[in-house]
Design a protein around this ligand. Structure first.
Ligand code: GAR
Length: 192
C-alpha cells in the first residue's frame, strides 16, 4: 500500500511541487493533502494543478483545536512533510506523529537556524559571514525551530563571486534533488 503524505507550506511551494511531481512517478507514497497557514500561498495553486486537495488554517484552528490532527488521521496520513512552513508545530501534532514530521532548512544546521532564520535571511547571513560552503539540512521536527535529529545534509561551495541569487539557486538545486528522495527513503523504512 502507498504511504500517505501531507505537506505543510507557507509560501511558493517549489519543494512541495517537486515532492508532488516525484510521487506521481514513484509509487512508495502519494501526496494526499497540502496544508497552509497562508490563504495567498502559491503552493495552494500548485496543489490544485495536481488535483491534490488543500486546507488553509489560522492560528486558532492550528494551536487551539484538534482539527488538523483529526483531518490528518481521517486521511490516514503516514508522514508530515514541512516544505517552507514557517510556524512552530503544536504539541498535539507532534504527539500524533512522533518521528514522522520532517522539515527542510536551507543551511547546514545547527548554524543559521532558529526563529527568523528562513529563506533569504539565511542566505544573507551566510554571505555576510563569508562562509566558504553552505548546504541543506533535513531533520525531524520538535517543539523548537530548526531542531530535531538530522536525517540528511548536503553541501555546496560558495564562490567568491556568488551573490544572493546564486546561493539561493545552489540551495534550491540541492533541496529539489534531495528532499523527495529523503521522503521516499523514510517511507521505505516505515512498517505498513
Ligand atoms: C526552502 O528553501 C526551505 O528550506 C525554507 O523555505 C524555503 C521554501 O521554499 N525553509 C526554511 O527556511 C525553514 N526554516 P519553497 O516554498 O520554494 O519550497
Amino acid at each position: 500500500m502507498k504511504k500517505r503524505i501531507a505537506i505543510f507550506a507557507s509560501g511558493s511551494g517549489s519543494n512541495a511541487q517537486k515532492i508532488m511531481e516525484y510521487f506521481k512517478r514513484h509509487h512508495e507514497g502519494e501526496v494526499v493533502i497540502v496544508l497552509s497557514n497562508n490563504p495567498d500561498a502559491y503552493v495552494l495553486q500548485r496543489a490544485d494543478n495536481f488535483e491534490i486537495p488543500s486546507h488553509v488554517f489560522d492560528r486558532q484552528e492550528f494551536y487551539h483545536t484538534d482539527n488538523i490532527v483529526n483531518l490528518l488521521k481521517n486521511l490516514q496520513v503516514d508522514i508530515v512533510v514541512l516544505a517552507g512552513f514557517l510556524w512552530l508545530v503544536p504539541d498535539n501534532l507532534l504527539k500524533a506523529y512522533p518521528n514522522k514530521i520532517i522539515n527542510i532548512h536551507p543551511a547546514l544546521l545547527p548554524k543559521y537556524g532558529g526563529k527568523g532564520m528562513y529563506g533569504d535571511h539565511v542566505h544573507k547571513a551566510v554571505l555576510a559571514n563569508n562562509e566558504e560552503e553552505t548546504g541543506i539540512t533535513i531533520h525531524f521536527v520538535n517543539e523548537n525551530f530548526d531542531e530535531g535529529e538530522f536525517i540528511h545534509q548536503s553541501r555546496c561551495k560558495i564562490d567568491k563571486t556568488d551573490d544572493l541569487e546564486m546561493v539561493k539557486f545552489k540551495i534550491q538545486q540541492l533541496e529539489h534533488t534531495h528532499y523527495p528522495k529523503v521522503v521516499e527513503s523514510l517511507l521505505k523504512k516505515m512498517k505498513s
